[in-house]
Design a protein around this ligand. Structure first.
Ligand SMILES: Cc1ncc(COP(=O)(O)O)c(C=O)c1O
Length: 477
């Protein structure tokens, strides 16, 4: 049995060698003053004697007396402990000022899978579609290497090289030195946003809610870029919004979360031109350009705009969420600032996970995995569309992203979304509350939620959508 740690005693003896009486007086003073709370363990006799240079049995005599006075008790083989006594009472804690906290944004993830019920809105991918065996194989092989004592703040170089090689093969001009490895895209967004001197950020509305909440938590003012996934981008409206001179536009051009929308090539070019015109830097969150099947991928802003476009991507969703590895590719002039921001928040990432992902990429497993994943997502997407066509009542519409992980289901305005969410939860279907995704105070232009087909198997999806359709009919009456 491990013993409790003991508290080092301070025994006052006015410069001479301490006596038993000094020990008793010091302990008594500390206990009465609240410095030795009930339950604290006193040093073992031999430790105290060595500490104070006492002759044998002096400390033991002091402890015996403290026991006799009812201040401490000796527990066999455990040590000597301070007792809670009426004489001592419970000392009032010393009042320290409360921590001034910001009003917390909704930080729980109600749509995360595993919370009970069918997670209809989760952006995670079905774990059965993830290559856990091969990741374990890479981890075993990495563990046979000698663990380095140091880490690279910018990120494990072989991983940065593998990422640069991969992106270069897709037409992006990226060197290993431009890449900063992060704890998922979320940290990439964080270090970019914290690097800004002008904290005004434009983003699509609706937008990935945790980006919006993050930017707001850092004191950024947000400029909404109205995104209607049923009508496309109104470039004239974006022109007016960008004229407010945000320093950065945070954009998700492929399989936009939460609507599933992907910018057309003309929209990509139009947005780049507007940002150039207004002097707005671009942060591209590319979680989706490689979610098309048959080796196709969508063009990226980073591809068309070059190194000045900050480019963020991650292995967390498509490879394995628990690895928490993402990255940002930046213009070389920005890298030192981003690395400094990363250093300030985490000092660096764990070498082990970085090395496992590097090994996975190096063996060519990632491309094989993506090809199989895309095929599976296509099948689930088709099954989801078929279920929607079969089941949804009139007045309900949905986006058709053409693949990827999610679409947007828009329901009639007469349906109260909070009531729908609660109603579905009672029937075991969990949908996300998307109110936090809209920028600005006005009535959101969309009225619905994310339907994610990457997590659910087709039969589960149909079951969930049957429940949604019934609920919509019931609540409409
Ligand atoms: C669009 C988008 N960007 C970034 C993130 C954060 O991802 P990561 O897990 O890589 O931190 C998410 C997570 O859902 C997301 O949907």
């Amino acid at each position: 049995m491990s013993r409790s740690p003991y508290i080092r005693l301070r025994v006052e003896a006015n410069g001479r060698r301490a006596t038993s009486a000094d020990i008793i007086a010091s302990v008594q003073r500390e206990i009465l003053g609240g410095g030795l709370p009930a339950g604290s363990r006193l040093p073992p006799v031999r430790v105290l004697e060595a500490q104070l240079g006492l002759s044998k049995n002096t400390a033991q005599a002091a402890y015996d007396e403290l026991v006799a006075r009812g201040l401490v008790e000796a527990r066999e083989r455990e040590g000597v402990f301070v007792l809670a006594s009426e004489r001592v009472g419970t000392p009032a804690p010393i009042a320290t000022p409360p921590l001034p906290l910001v009003v917390p944004p909704p930080l729980s993830r109600p749509d995360a899978p595993g919370k009970g019920g069918i997670a209809l809105s989760t952006v995670f991918i079905d774990p059965e579609l993830l290559p856990t065996e091969r990741i374990a194989e890479c981890a075993r092989s990495v563990l046979r290497e000698k663990m380095p004592a140091q880490y690279d703040v910018q990120g494990y170089r072989p991983l940065r090289e593998a990422i640069a090689k991969r992106l270069s093969s897709r037409g992006l001009d990226v060197d290993a030195d431009d890449v900063v490895i992060t704890t998922g895209s979320q940290q990439s967004l964080d270090i970019v946003a914290r690097s800004l001197t002008v904290r005004r950020i434009a983003c699509e509305s609706p937008v990935y809610a945790y980006a919006k909440l993050l930017f707001e938590s850092l004191g950024s003012e947000l400029v909404g870029l109205h995104l209607d996934p049923f009508g496309g981008i109104d470039l004239a409206a974006w022109d007016r919004a960008l004229a407010q001179k945000p320093s950065l536009a945070y954009l998700i051009p492929s399989f936009h979360n939460p609507t599933g929308y992907s910018y057309s090539s003309a929209e990509l070019r139009g947005v780049l031109e507007l940002c150039t015109k207004h002097g707005v830097a671009i942060l591209e969150d590319d979680w989706g350009s490689d979610m098309l099947s048959d080796g196709d991928y969508r063009p990226m802003l980073r591809m068309l705009g070059g190194k000045d476009v900050l480019y963020v991507n991650s292995f967390t969703k498509k490879l394995l969420p628990s690895l928490r590895v993402g990255f940002v590719a930046a213009h070389p002039s920005l890298v030192p600032t981003l690395v400094s921001m990363k250093r300030l928040s985490t000092l660096g990432n764990a070498w082990l996970t970085e090395a496992v992902v590097a090994e996975f990429l190096d063996r060519g497993y990632y491309d094989t995995h993506l090809a199989a994943l895309q095929k599976a997502l296509d099948e689930r997407y088709a099954a989801c569309l078929a279920a929607l066509e079969d089941l949804m009542p009139d007045g309900v519409r949905w986006t058709r992203p053409g693949g990827g992980p999610t679409l947007w289901l828009d329901v009639p305005r007469a349906i109260d979304l909070a009531a729908l969410e609660a109603h579905l939860a009672r029937r075991g279907v969990v949908i996300s509350n998307t109110s936090a995704a809209f920028v600005g105070d006005g009535e959101p232009h969309l009225h619905g939620f994310r339907v994610a087909y990457a997590y659910l198997k087709p039969e589960e999806m149909r079951r969930a959508l049957t429940i949604v359709a019934d609920a919509l009919r019931g609540l409409a009456r």
